[in-house]
Structure formats: structure tokens, C-alpha cells
Design a protein around this ligand. Structure first.
Ligand code: NCD
Length: 467
């Protein structure tokens, strides 16, 4: 609504220098949590939680109160007008009018926080949107690594459990990759990192996924295919790899996750023996001094016998959620100036102007609140043409793309397709869909010469492309 407002929807909204500067402020806040009650004096935060929460909501509220601000809570949206059918968009409009100065939002639909920014008059903080992202948990997790290990770059972080539906994992891997940390993924079989996440890691952050040799990773690696995801260039690793994959000699942190059963569909089944981190599974030499992290709540994946192990930091991790959230609130409320430069990345979202919403994800906010959402996409690559939903980040399935000015459609990996301006692009699942929407097939060039001339002259868009 107001273009000048700063929101925190994705971990990408913060530059790495900004994140490091926020850590310094969190450390300062943590030194004396009771000494900062002037920072947000006179300001109010509203917690709007459509999903269960203990740590995220309470640590945000504690952070706001410690900064001297006030808190409004709609912790159980079943008791709000949502139960009368009110849309998220309307709720956000109202609460951001004069009720609160900042919104902390948790919702079951991916992209909910992005939608909220389109209707809000005040900053929106994403406190978890479906299985998509959870940027403030990631700031907390990175802060913990920074406190415990003194750096993030070059660390080896092992991620285990449900990597498919864990939003904490998705924000975390993007940030780890940007910081230059290496990731060892140990997913519960069937719950691997989603393809759209891996694709983004490869294409935007230069991460190379390789096989990891499970040998030195202890028990946990025996039940799954271990992957090594590194932002290093492959030639830097060639010395350490063989047919069994990359051998990981030293792990700095093990990050365990809970099976996110509330998001499972009828196609998802847990293995008979879900992953669990036992004393035995931490006995391997490579895990000797790895800190054990978990966003909590835990179920059986970390038995209480580990709580006394000096490597187990998950309760400290949760406690550090307060000072880091004090820093985030102070920043977004305009009560903390950072000297670090903001991220230079200017992401553009383009409206889907023709046909139905191409987003394939049934729980995306663009599908669950379709009355209030104009489907939008981000152009991920031009050759082949590939787009991601602006809300849930999933790839739009498209064999063909059309141009609204020429009325023609093309194979998405054709020379002509890459000439279409993003605002004129239409994504088609298949040929019948393109024909049904009144588009005509472009003549397919048969020789390389024809392909070149089609690219240069055949498209009226050719001289005016911009990404
Ligand atoms: C996580 C969440 O809600 O995504 N919890 C949290 O915010 N600390 C992890 C989980 O629920 O498993």
C-alpha cells in the first residue's frame, strides 16, 4: 500500500551486512534486556496468528514489551472475524489502520505475508507462512551460529528431518548459501528439500548439490540419501570427493526438525521409524563438537536424554529469539538505523493478465484468497522462460508461453519466447490451454538461420525487452 514501508517477508529482504549489524544490536540488547524500554515507547505491535505458536508469538511480544512498546494479540484467529469469513486482506487493512504500528503475522497459506504487505499501512513481519518461509526464526538461528561459532561463512551445517515442509529450513538454506556456509542435508525419505528451493539455491546462489558420503555422519545418515550443498566452486572440492561423494570430516551444527504433519497431504506418509537424534547418532567423530539446534517444538526427534548434553543448545536458541526480535522490531519501527547497505536486489513482480492463476500450489494464498489476490510472478530465467509465483515461490508449470501483444504462443525454450516482455508474458500448461484462450501457435522455425531471423525480426517485442 505504502511503497516506503519496510517489511520482512523473506530472509532475502535483509542484506548480509545488515544481518551482521542486527546481531551486534541483539548482543547489546541481550547484555541488559531491561535497559531498552525507551526504544519503542508509544508504539504498538499486533500479533495476528492464524496458526499455533508459543515461541514466535511470545518472544515477539516479550521483545516489544522490553522495548517499551505495547502489544495487541489475536492469538487464536478462530475467535476473530476470520471465523465469520473475513479475508486476511480486510483484517490487515483494519488492524494496520490505527490499531497498531507493526504487524506480526503467521498464516497457514504460503505467501500470506506478501499479500499482507499489499494491504498494510504499517510494516509486516512474516512469522511463518505455510511451508514457505520463517525469516525471523532464521535470523535467530543465524544469530545462534554466530554466537556459538563466531562466524557463518565456511561452516558445515547438517539439516535433518522434514526438509520439505519446514519453513524454518527454507529461509535458513537461502541465508546459509548467501553467507557461504555448506549444507549437509539428511532428509527423512520422501521429505527432501522441495525442487523449487534447490533450483533457487543453484540458480541464484550458485550452490552445487552433490552426493555426500554418509560414512562419517553417524547413524542418522544411514536411513537417507545425504546431500552436500555448497556455494564453493566444484574445482575447489575435487580433491575431497570420490565415487562415494563428498566426505564431511567436521560438522559445526546439527539442525533437527519436527515432522510437519499438519501440512501433510494424503500422499505423504511418515516412515515407520521417524528420524531421531540419539546419543548414539551424535557419537561419530565428525559430530564431536557440533551444536544441536531445533526451532522447537520437538516431538520424538530429540529425546530428553540429550538435553543435558553440552552440545544441545535448543533452549538457549529459543531464549536468543527475544534480543534478535528486539533488533528486528526496532529496525522496522524506524527506531534503529543501520549503517550497512541494504540489499541491492530489486525483485520485480509481474501481474498475470490473462487466463487463470498458473500457480500450481493449492495452499498458496493466491489460490486460498483468490478474491483479493492478483496472481503475480517473478521471472526466474529467460532461456528457457521460467517464472515463479510471487507469493509461494513455486515454479509455474508451463510448456508454452504467449505474448499478449502478438497473440502468439511459443515453446518456452524457443528463441522467440525469450523476446517477450515480462508484462506481456502468459504461461500455458499445454497447447489446448493456449488455444482455448485465443492464442495462435507461432510458426516454428526449421533451420538455425530461420531461428536467428525469427529472434531478430519475427517478434514485435524484439527491440524493447526488459527483465
Ligand atoms: C517452527 C514453525 O512454526 O515453523 N516453530 C517456531 O516458530 N519456533 C517449527 C515447527 O513448528 O516445527
Amino acid at each position: 500500500m505504502n511503497a516506503g514501508i519496510r517489511h520482512l517477508v523473506s530472509i532475502d529482504d535483509l542484506s548480509l551486512p545488515e544481518i551482521l549489524e542486527l546481531f551486534q544490536h541483539a548482543k547489546r540488547f541481550a547484555q541488559d534486556m531491561r535497559a531498552h524500554s525507551q526504544v519503542a515507547r508509544g508504539l504498538i505491535s499486533a500479533s495476528i496468528f492464524y496458526e499455533a505458536s508459543t515461541r514466535t508469538r511470545l518472544s515477539f511480544e516479550s521483545a516489544m514489551l522490553r522495548l517499551g512498546g505495547g502489544v495487541l494479540t489475536a492469538a487464536d484467529m478462530r475467535l476473530s472475524s476470520a471465523s465469520k469469513g473475513e479475508s486476511l486482506a480486510d483484517t490487515v487493512r483494519v488492524v494496520s489502520s490505527s490499531y497498531a504500528d507493526i504487524l506480526v503475522l503467521r498464516h497457514a497459506s504460503e505467501g500470506a505475508a506478501r499479500l499482507a504487505t499489499e494491504y498494510s499501512n504499517v510494516p509486516v513481519i512474516n512469522a511463518g507462512d505455510g511451508s514457505h518461509e520463517h525469516p525471523t526464526q532464521t535470523l535467530c538461528d543465524l544469530y545462534n551460529l554466530w554466537v556459538e561459532r563466531g562466524r557463518i561463512e565456511g561452516l558445515h551445517v547438517m539439516l535433518a528431518g522434514d526438509l520439505r515442509y519446514s519453513r524454518t529450513i527454507h529461509s535458513f538454506v537461502y541465508a546459509l548459501a548467501r553467507f557461504g556456509a555448506n549444507i549437509v542435508s539428511l532428509p527423512t525419505p520422501g521429505f527432501e528439500l522441495p525442487p523449487y528451493v534447490v533450483q533457487r539455491l543453484r540458480e541464484e546462489f550458485g550452490v552445487e548439490p552433490m552426493r555426500a558420503d554418509g560414512e562419517k555422519l553417524g547413524d542418522l545418515a544411514r536411513s537417507c540419501d545425504a546431500m552436500y550443498l555448497t556455494p564453493q566452486k566444484p574445482h575447489q572440492l575435487s580433491l575431497f570427493t570420490d565415487a562415494k561423494g563428498i566426505s564431511v570430516e567436521h560438522v559445526d551444527a546439527v539442525y533437527m526438525t519436527r515432522p510437519q504433519t499438519e501440512r501433510y497431504t494424503s500422499n505423504d506418509t511418515l516412515p515407520p521409524r521417524p528420524m531421531s537424534l540419539t546419543k548414539q547418532s551424535l557419537a561419530g567423530a565428525s559430530l564431536r563438537d557440533a551444536v544441536v539446534m531445533h526451532p522447537l517444538p520437538r516431538r520424538d526427534e530429540i529425546p530428553s536424554e540429550l538435553d543435558e548434553d553440552p552440545r544441545a543448545i535448543y533452549f538457549k536458541q529459543a531464549a536468543r529469539g527475544v534480543p534478535i526480535r528486539m533488533a528486528i522490531l526496532a529496525l522496522l519501527l524506524g527506531r534503529l538505523e543501520l549503517s550497512a547497505p541494504r540489499s541491492a536486489v530489486d525483485v520485480r513482480y509481474h501481474p498475470v493478465s490473462v487466463g487463470e492463476n498458473p500457480c500450481p500450489n493449492p495452499t498458496c494464498i493466491s489460490r486460498t484468497e483468490s478474491r483479493h489476490v492478483t496472481a503475480r510472478y517473478k521471472l526466474a530465467s529467460r532461456f528457457p522462460v521460467r517464472g515463479f509465483c510471487a507469493y509461494c515461490s513455486q515454479e509455474l508449470p508451463a510448456r508454452f508461453v504467449g505474448c499478449t501483444t502478438t497473440g502468439l504462443f511459443h515453446e518456452r525454450d524457443s528463441a522467440a519466447a525469450r523476446q517477450i516482455r515480462p508484462d506481456h508474458l502468459v504461461f500455458f500448461r499445454d497447447e489446448p490451454q493456449a488455444l482455448a484462450l485465443g492464442f495462435h501457435p507461432a510458426l516454428r522455425p526449421t533451420s538455425p538461420l530461420e531461428a536467428a531471423s525469427a529472434a531478430n525480426a519475427g517478434s514485435p517485442e524484439a527491440s524493447s525487452t526488459s527483465a
